[in-house]
Design a protein around this ligand. Structure first.
Ligand code: TA6
Length: 277
């Protein structure tokens, strides 16, 4: 693992012996790039992304913690993605490269939220896969609850030609229409703004495109958020080009509907794995 400067921010480049690579910023423990076996980047990073302390980066894998979206008193998606984390470990093994980053409660976080947490992100890259695991420990003497997500921006060639499979039969809350329904289609295509939370994800999801596919696995992340801002919303997002929505699809491993409650010294973890097929 190598320390690098990424758009003016300190970052770590993980390179496994097989040529697979990932880059993670100290800022937000934000994974901004993932190239399985030297291939093209499978994460979308906006060309207009802003790299600045206290700001969230558009693209890659923002970590939403301790609040997903605006479901609570904190600014959207919480403070973890805007905070400076500490790199605790970076290593290259025989067939992998990994890093561990940590964010611990501070006076700044306690001023916004009472949880005395220790949040860790472990990233590992190997062959065709990227693993990202969040670990949360309650290091205080009072319980706290939180929602969270690995808000993954997948890179796609053309979003209108993608198919996302594996959601059939799942309960879905549509954040745009505020309706709740059961998904009946075997695959869904994106041809308009989408902002949905699927509940009780059990299966692997498959994102299929022309000539390539990506499997998305979640463990301990019972909700899957699917988001694409489409034409109008993209125009409102200053850090996304007007056509940026065509190159991305967010498929997020999340815990939204039922917040996690941690008693003192209890911990929780959730993991998302991406694998090219
Ligand atoms: O995960 C979907 C979502 O919550 C959307 O509602 C959308 O606003 C998106 O995340 C991006 O949020 P952000 O705060 O990064 O602009």
């Amino acid at each position: 693992a190598e320390r690098i400067d990424f758009h003016g921010m300190p970052a770590t480049r993980l390179r496994a012996p097989d040529g697979s690579e990932a880059i993670v910023l100290d800022h937000g423990a934000h994974v901004v790039s993932w190239k399985p076996r030297g291939g093209p980047d499978r994460l979308y990073l906006s060309p207009d992304a802003v790299f600045k302390e206290g700001t969230a980066v558009r693209g890659g894998v923002p970590i939403c913690f301790p609040q997903f979206a605006s479901n609570g008193p904190l600014p959207s998606h919480g403070f973890a993605r805007k905070s400076k984390w500490e790199l605790v470990d970076a290593r290259v093994g025989e067939d992998y490269a990994m890093a561990n980053l940590r964010l611990r409660y501070s006076d700044a976080t306690l001023a916004q939220w009472q949880g005395k947490f220790v949040l860790e992100l472990a990233i590992s890259v190997s062959g065709d896969r990227l693993d990202m695991e969040m670990d949360v420990l309650n290091d205080g003497d009072e319980s706290f609850s939180f929602t969270a997500a690995l808000h993954t921006y997948l890179a796609v060639k053309e979003v209108e030609e993608c198919m996302l499979e594996g959601l059939r039969g799942q309960e879905c809350s549509d954040s745009l229409t505020k309706k709740r329904f059961r998904e009946s289609g075997t695959s869904f295509m994106i041809d308009q703004e989408v902002d949905r939370i699927y509940h009780g994800t059990k299966n692997a999801l498959l994102l299929r495109e022309q000539h390539r596919a990506l499997a998305i696995y979640s463990e301990n992340l019972p909700d899957t958020v699917v988001w694409n801002p489409w034409v109008e919303r993209s125009k409102q997002l200053q850090d996304l080009p007007d056509n940026g929505f065509r190159r991305m699809l967010c498929v997020e491993g999340a815990v939204v509907e039922t917040p996690i409650v941690l008693a003192p010294q209890e911990s929780w973890w959730g993991r998302q794995t991406l694998m090219t097929l």
